[in-house]
Design a protein around this ligand. Sequence first.
Ligand code: 5GP
Ligand code: ZN
Length: 116
Amino acid sequence: MSNSECVFCRIGARKLHAMVVHEDDDLIAFRDINPQAPIHVLIIPKKHYPSLYDAHREDPGILGKLNAAALQIAEKERVASRGFRLVFNHGDEAGQTVHHVHLHLLGGRALRWPPG
Ligand code: 5GP
Ligand code: ZN
């Protein structure tokens, strides 16, 4: 399923430009338009799942695939040995703004903890 009004569906379908760093049949990864670190990549399923729960219910394996792709991209972006952070923002209190499941890969600088 794809949603023509969803910005990430449009990126996944290559109807909206993004700086793509990785792609396969199930997912696509691209640089965040408003990077919060020198390396800030979003890894998304090509299918539209509004939330983690939708993805987990409909295709639990997809979350593992996003994770595996993130690990591979971290190596390619040379942050695997330095350290990096993987984040899913879920819902209002986590500040989720795009309602198409996405995994953030952040790295290339020291990241504070706890996050704000
Ligand atoms: P959230 O806050 O929902 O976890 O993260 C959404 C992320 O998507 C934000 O970091 C935002 O900068 C990024 N984003 C929103 N629209 C676009 C877009 O059109 N292109 C790209 N590359 N990133 C986007
Ligand atoms: Zn979507």
